[in-house]
Design a binder for this molecule. Structure first.
Ligand SMILES: [Fe+2]
Length: 275
């Protein structure tokens, strides 16, 4: 597929000011792009350590808010049309056919994989007005966050009918590498990596349907107890610190402004973590 990078995970929000404040001030993310796509809709990209979140304005009560899609950008010299044809002939459903990007010059399309997750493919011909030292990639290299150690993964829920098809999609179509498989009490958690980015899939045999396709973003921290103290000091409601279903480490969940599930975990990096 000639993927260059995992470009962003998108969240459609009811109040963009509020969400920009949450991700850039409360979570100390860095705004790397803030533009109006067609003179009206504001699009903001916030980078947290190595991960990028795209915030777009939606309408409460009209649009589906929360996690919307996962975007990959393709190399400039890759054949965009033949990748689209490949996906179409493999039966992937396109929700938006290839068209010009609204910001900058380039092309994009959206399609669904068997998990129901919407993926975006982008190919840009310009430098997105980003500093040249980023090598035409969207992220600021080695960006630090005072509290968050790592943008650990984006998590996808799978069920009986799509578990095998999705593994095939990530490995053979998208060209991801299998990073780890962890299994405990019938829960099978697989990690697929592209460069420094990781997608997690969670699957339990016998599950026929999932309510939420993109389940959460996981952010790695030093201490979940400190996360709780921090959110409490800001009067932000958060759950209790609890042990991960995989054991050994703790997690704590909070809801972002549009109900998106954000998970803080205090485990070592996936490379170092032993069950
Ligand atoms: Fe996770």
């Amino acid at each position: 597929m000639n993927i260059k990078e995992l470009n962003h995970v998108a969240i459609r929000v009811a109040d963009i000011e509020k969400s920009v404040h949450f991700y850039s001030k409360v979570l100390n993310g860095t705004i790397i792009l803030d533009e109006c796509s067609d003179g009206k809709d504001r699009v903001v990209y916030v980078q947290i350590v190595n991960g990028v979140i795209e915030l777009t304005q939606g309408k409460a009560g009209v649009d589906d808010l929360g996690f919307r899609h996962i975007a990959f950008s393709m190399e400039e010299d890759a054949n965009f049309d033949s990748s689209v044809e490949e996906l179409k002939s493999a039966g992937y459903k396109f929700t938006i056919d290839p068209r010009a990007t609204l910001i900058g010059s380039g092309r994009l399309c959206f399609f669904e994989d068997s998990s129901g997750v919407v993926f975006e493919l982008i190919q840009r011909n310009d430098k997105m007005r980003l500093p040249i030292q980023r090598n035409n990639k969207i992220r600021i290299p080695n960006l630090k966050n005072p509290y968050i150690l790592d943008f650990d993964h984006i998590s996808i829920n799978l069920h009986d009918d799509n578990f095998k098809k999705c593994a095939d999609f990530y490995l053979n179509i998208m060209g991801f590498k299998l990073k780890r498989i962890l299994e405990k009490n019938g829960l099978l958690v697989s990690y697929y990596s592209w460069d420094n980015d990781t997608l997690e899939t969670c699957y339990k045999k016998g599950v026929k349907k999932v309510a939420q396709h993109i389940d959460h973003i996981a952010l790695r921290v030093e201490s979940c107890a400190d996360v709780k103290t921090y959110f409490k000091s800001l009067d932000i409601v958060c759950g209790d610190v609890h042990e991960s279903p995989l054991g050994v480490y703790n997690m704590i969940n909070i809801n972002g402004p549009d109900g998106e599930n954000l998970q803080f975990i205090d485990r070592p990096s996936l490379e170092e973590y032993m069950l």
